[in-house]
Write a protein that binds this ligand. Structure first.
Ligand code: UD1
Ligand code: CA
Length: 458
């Protein structure tokens, strides 16, 4: 097979975003735009992926890591100039080079494969991916001759009144014969409204040289939107959200209100999961079957088992077992391990703790840096006192212990197996297995005393 290469253009600042963050790093559904582009490229059989970096070069490189090679475009003199920078790695190669912009996050590998195929079957030197945009404002217009062949691309700022009426646009995605590309780029000038070296000018040069130019028109214009400002960013977010949600629904996930459900592209969800409205699922999360997430919940980087419920709650960077009940209004913070059939109820916060099978923390507790065994009952209002202002200490509660309501467990401390803590206790010494521990002031009842006070105050 002919060698295939790809160049990703990602050196621009993205002035129209009006942002400290470089344009291609703006996230769409939680993933930087340029990463979406590279995700799709990785699914193709490419010899090299080269990203042209400039503004925010170090940040873009850190984001993509070893998934790409890099060339630096020191000055942003236009898309043609950007591609030229990859010459040092590609100039002498025979094959096809795909050029994509780092700001077209919705492009799919299927469309790119079709583009490659058309390029190869027609034997063209350039094949441009075009589409009919309902509102073509801002895009380069595809100018065809009477025979319907592509003649050139004219940028919005250089276009005549008639050219501006054309709705077929350049998506900024192309296949080139690699050697032709670099020869033609050497002939591109910056004689235009923006004083830039335009990559699309290579098409006019091909025509001049009587080389074959082809166009592949994508049916779905929403796939090719270029994100130049935050209005387009919100549009891309909406489209990506819809695409992801539809994929999950087709795979057997119930999404009650897809408009109100945000699932990152890196999330895996099994069949018969129900996602209630107002739910955001991010990062490297996997969710087992028959689980219910939401309404109004946020889950990030978690592994969640089967038949679990997360209702009105936040769960971050934790492992949650099967048939666990979380919420409403619980907060599970990072590095927590929750085993099967555990209950975490209303207004409970758990941080960096492990909770073993069948234990219950039903109401109003803070549990941090704790190791809780099996079938433990943590009564309402229990607090692990894990911090002395300098260091954090561990609380261990062994299997079958029962912690009475409103207890303070001052760490480091161990509550033994089957031990019983009386309600309202402040525990600062270890409690042996099966012991009862009471640590609270003794109650005194003063007969008729209230009556006396009431009389005095009249
Ligand atoms: C470009 C095309 C336009 C097309 C549109 C599709 C040109 C001249 N115009 O316009 O025909 O309709 O994309 O979305 O190519 N970049 C660099 N170095 C530079 C300039 C840009 O790396 O010197 C990168 C940017 O980071 C961006 C991409 O190239 O990822 C496209 O640049 P942008 O300025 O967004 O071009 P558009 O005006 O959208
Ligand atoms: Ca753009």
């Amino acid at each position: 097979m002919t060698n295939r290469y790809a160049i990703v253009l990602a050196a621009g600042q993205g002035v129209r975003m009006k942002s400290k963050l470089y344009k291609v790093l703006h996230p769409v559904m939680g993933r930087p735009m340029v990463q979406h582009v590279v995700d799709q490229l990785e699914a193709l059989d490419l010899e090299k992926i080269i990203t042209v970096v400039g503004y925010g070069a170090e940040k873009v490189k850190a984001q993509l890591g070893e998934r790409s090679l890099y060339v630096l475009q020191e000055e942003q003199l236009g898309t043609g100039h950007a591609v030229q920078q990859a010459g040092s790695l590609l100039e002498d190669k025979k094959g096809i080079t795909l050029v994509v912009c780092g700001d077209t996050p919705l492009l799919t590998k299927e469309t790119l494969i079709e583009l490659f195929n058309q390029h190869q079957t027609t034997g063209a030197k350039v094949t441009v991916l075009t589409t009919l945009m309902p509102d073509p404002t801002g895009y380069g217009r595809v100018i065809r001759n009477e025979a319907g062949d592509v003649e050139k691309i004219v940028e919005q700022k250089d276009a005549s009144h008639d050219q501006l009426l054309v709705t077929e646009i350049n998506t900024g995605t192309y296949c080139f014969d690699n050697q032709f590309l670099f020869e033609a780029l050497a002939m591109v000038t910056n004689n235009n409204a923006q004083g830039e070296y335009y990559l699309p000018d290579v098409i006019e040069i091909a025509k001049m040289k009587e080389e074959k130019v082809s166009a592949f028109q994508a049916n779905d214009s929403s796939e090719t939107i270029g994100v130049n400002d935050r209005v387009a960013l919100a549009r891309a977010e909406k489209l990506m959200k819809q695409r992801i949600n539809e994929q999950h629904m087709r795979n057997g996930v119930t999404i009650v209100d897809p408009d109100q459900t945000y699932i990152a592209p890196t999330v895996e969800i099994a069949t018969d999961v129900t996602i209630e409205p107002g739910t955001i699922i991010k990062g490297e999360t996997t969710i087992g079957s028959d689980t219910v997430i939401g309404p109004n919940s946020e889950v990030e980087d978690c592994k969640i088992g089967e038949g679990t419920k997360v209702i009105h709650s936040i769960v971050h960077q934790s492992n949650i077992g099967s048939h666990v009940n979380i919420g409403p209004f619980a907060h599970i913070r990072p590095n927590t391990q929750i085993d099967d059939e555990v209950k975490i109820g209303n207004f409970v916060e758990v941080k960096k703790s492990s909770i073993d099978f069948g234990s219950k923390l039903s109401h109003l507790s803070y549990v941090g840096d704790a190791e809780i065994g099996k079938n433990v009952n943590v009564g309402c209002g229990t607090i692990t006192v894990n911090y002395d202002g300098k260091n954090k200490y561990k609380t261990i509660i062994e299997d079958g212990a029962f912690i009475g309501c409103n207890s303070n467990l001052i760490a480091p401390v161990t509550i033994g197996r089957g031990a019983l803590i009386a309600a309202g206790s402040t525990i600062n010494k270890d409690v042996p297995d099966e012991a009862l521990s009471i640590a609270r002031a003794k109650q005194i009842n003063k007969a008729e005393y209230a009556k006396k006070i009431n009389k005095l105050s009249k």
